[in-house]
Ligand binder design. Sequence first.
Ligand code: SF4
Length: 272
Amino acid sequence: MAKRVESPSSINTFKQCPRKYYYQYIEKLPTLPNIHQVRGNIAHSTLENFYEIDTSLFDENNYKIKFKEAGQKLLLFQWTQYKEKLDELGLSKDQERFYFEETMMMIMNWINHIIKDFTVLMERKKISIPEAFQQLTPIREQKFVSDHYSVQGFIDAIHHLEDEVHIIDYKTNSSFDFKDSIRLQLAIYSLLYFEKYGQTPSKVGIFFLRNKQKMIAVDEELLELAKKEITLIHLHTSSTEEIEDYKKKITPLCRWKTGQCDFYENCNPEEK
Ligand code: SF4
C-alpha cells in the first residue's frame, strides 16, 4: 500500500484517536464547520495580509495608530469575506458580535507586539518606517512538502532575523500550554525546513494571539521526535485501511459540555 501524505494535523489526529483519523483521512467524512475554525481562518488571513499594507504615509507620530487602524480594517474586510461561512454556523447576532470583538482583541494584541518590535528596530538601526516594516515582514503561508518523509505542512510565518531563522505558527487557542501536539507540530516544521534548506531554524514557536509568542530552540531531540512520529504513523497507515485496525480512543474529547467530536454519530463511542 502506498504511503499516505501526512501532516502535523493528521498525525496529531491519529495520536488523539486512530478511529477519528480513519473517519477524517481514510473514509474522508465531512467535518462540521465551527466558529473556532472559521474565526481561526479569518484571523490567519488578517495577519497574512497585514504585511501588505502601504506604510509610505506613516510617520513617527502616527505609525502606532495607523498600524492599529489597518488591523481593524483588515479584520472587518476578512469578516465580510467569510460571511457565507459565518452564516452557515447559525450564530445569533450577539454570538457573532462576541466572536468578532474577541478576534479584534487578539489582532490588536498581536499588533501591539509588532509595534514594540518595530519601534525597537527603527531606533536601533535608524531606518525609515517602510524599511523597518520590510525587515520585519516574514515569509508567509509557505507550503513544505517532503517526498522523503511523505509529510507536508503550511508554515504561517518564517522570520529571517540577523543571524537566526524563526518559524511561527499563529493560534487563537484559549490555552497557552505547549502541549505535546504543539511540540510535535513544531518538530515537523523544523524537520521540513531542515530538509528543504539544509539548516535547522534556530527557534520555532507559537504566537498565542490572546497572549504572546512562546518559542523553543530547535535541537537534535526535536528533529528525532518528528522522525519517530512520522515513521510510526506510516507503519500503521500504509499497512491497513480497515476500520477495525483504527481503534476508538475514548476520552473527554469525544463529547464535552458544549460540543462533540465531528464523527460522534458515526462512531457511537459507547458501543463496543
Ligand atoms: S467519538 Fe471519540 S472514539 Fe469516536 S472517533 Fe471521535 S474521538 Fe474517536
